[in-house]
Every structure is written in structure tokens, then in C-alpha cells.
Design a binder for this molecule. Sequence first.
Ligand code: SAH
Ligand code: SF4
Length: 335
Amino acid sequence: MESAIAGRYPKFRARQIYEALYGQRKLDLRAVKTLPEALRTEFVSGAPEVESRYESVDGTVRYLLRLSDGKSVEAVFMPEQGRDTLCISSQVGCPVDCKFCLTALMGLERNLTAGEIVGQVLYIAAAHGLEPRDRQMNLVLMGQGEPLMNLEAVLKATRILVDPDGVGMSERRITVSTSGLIPKIEELGRAAVRPKLAISLNASSEEQRVELMPITRKWHLKDLLEACARYPLRPWESLTFEYVLLRGVNDSDADARRVRRLLGNLRAKVNLIALNPGPGIPFETPEPERVRSFQEIVRAGMPCFVRRPRGLDIYAACGQLKRMTDGEGLVRIGG
Ligand code: SAH
Ligand code: SF4
């Protein structure tokens, strides 16, 4: 939008719009009375609009948000005692072919712009009365897409989210998760303003990871872990490794011991996720005892948590974002 304004209005108008949109979160420019009439009516913010909304029994709300070109993308609100988490998307669909993930079945439709990434945050914040400057709001880029394949927009969005004149969040409260694009991890590490980094590990050996995440053929597990060891962590930061447990595939005690060994030298914590099932996903969820046993073994080497599934009943949980709609076993609420 700035380029459309440039040349026709004085430069300070762009700043004014920026602060109204992101700082005061006025998504409708017509409400910004300090702008000249023509600007107010001529330009639309392009903020996403809700297409549908699904609410889980656990309080999680999944939104399908419509973008200005008519495509839609998913964002999830997860309330918790004393802390809310927003999970947003970086792409429409995902080009990475992980075998356990529903989003993979969509393929890639397109990258989101920085404005569309921030727009999801602003939409959910407004819908739930959240104050992004508040320390109790966390943001994870773990919705649709591989964020590091759209790194430029992700970094620009992060700068807007962190800017005190913009949305004003702390960069410590933003996490980006990747399937392991090594050169992009290095680029992220060089950025002055950047979210925390999470890596989707999901396997305990090179061969196993190739099967589950074919991208491993290009970016080998061994090299990925070396890139992690070189990653310039800030003093307050540690790496998060996510590990989806698939029954009988990567969930044995031997797998757990290998994970502990692989990550042993890193400043890291592990989040275990028991598979969230979905149509077309050829894996099963392990029993809770198996998950606990895996956790006990990893925990001997580093902090290890089991992520509680959120919004399973509305296809809002990790790996389930594929724009599931009515007629696919879901009940729609409003929207
Ligand atoms: N594309 C990025 C960001 C998405 S995060 C990435 O893969 O890291 C989504 C997280 O959910 C990833 O850690 C992924 O491994 C995990 N995931 C994918 N499919 C899942 C499923 N069916 N059940 C549980 N977790 C899943
Ligand atoms: Fe894409 Fe992440 Fe799903 Fe893999 S797990 S297909 S990288 S969204």
C-alpha cells in the first residue's frame, strides 16, 4: 500500500497509516479520522475477513480467514489459564511433503505477504479482546506452510509485530517452526529481529527421517543438527525440537535414546506430539503409556514435554490444518 501512496501523498501519511493499522489496530481506515477523506475511502487495509469459525469443546477456535484475492487460510486461537496462544499460517498450503501432515495434501497455493501474516494476529486479537502488548499472548508460526520458505515476509511481519510503534509484542513470545531448511536457518540466525526457532525433528535417524520427511534427502539430518549447533542463540533462548510420535514407527525406547543422543550437545528442549490423525494419513497414534515412556527417556537428557492436543474435534490441532469445512464431519458456529 505504501507504494500506492508514495508520490501522491506526503510521506508522513504512510507512517500515519502504519501506526493506525498496527499500533492502534484500526483495521478499517475509514475510522482513522486524522487521515484526509480521500485516503480514508480510497485505500482498504486488506485485513483478512472471517469465512468460517469452528469452536472446540476445549475452547480452541479455528478460523478460516479470507484474503483479498479470495483464497483462505487458517489461524487458531488456543486459550489457556493465564496465557493465550495464537497459531498462524505463513503460506496457503505447504510444498513440503511430510507424510504425517494434512496440510501437505494441499500442496502450496501461495506465500502470504507480511501484511497477511500480521493480519491474522490482528484479526484474532480483535475477535478475542487480546492485547498483543500483553505478556500473556504467545504467537507460533505453526499453522499452514513452511515459514522459512517465505522467510522474507516472515521477518518483515516479525519486525512489525515487535516494533513498539507497530503491534508491540516481545520477540521472545514469537516462535517460528521449520521442517529444517538449513540455509534459511542460517539466514534467520543473522536477522537482527527474529522469532525463536523450533525444528520439526520427527525421527531419530537419517533413514527414518527420509521416509517421514522426504525433504531430508535435500537437507540431511546430520547437517541440520550441525546447523543447530552453530545457530546463534540469544542468552535467554533455547532451541525447541518437535517430535510427532507415530505408533510403531518412531516411538520406541530405542528411538527415544537416539533422540537424547542426537540432541545431547545442544541447548534444547523437546516437545512430543502424539499424532493427530486425519483422513489420508497412514499412521496411528501411540498409546499414552508409550508416550510417557518415550518422554521419561528423553527427559533424562533435556527438558521434554508432551504437547496436549488442542481442538482435535475441529481439525485445529498440529498437522490438521487443511481447511476442513462443513460436510467433512464438522459443525460450524456462526461465521
Ligand atoms: N511447517 C512447519 C510449521 C508447521 S508446525 C513445520 O513443519 O515445522 C506444525 C507442527 O506439527 C510440526 O512440528 C509438525 O511436525 C507437526 N505435525 C504435522 N502433522 C502432524 C500430525 N498429524 N499430528 C501431530 N503433529 C503434526
Ligand atoms: Fe509443511 Fe510442516 Fe506439514 Fe511438513 S509438517 S507438510 S513442513 S506444514
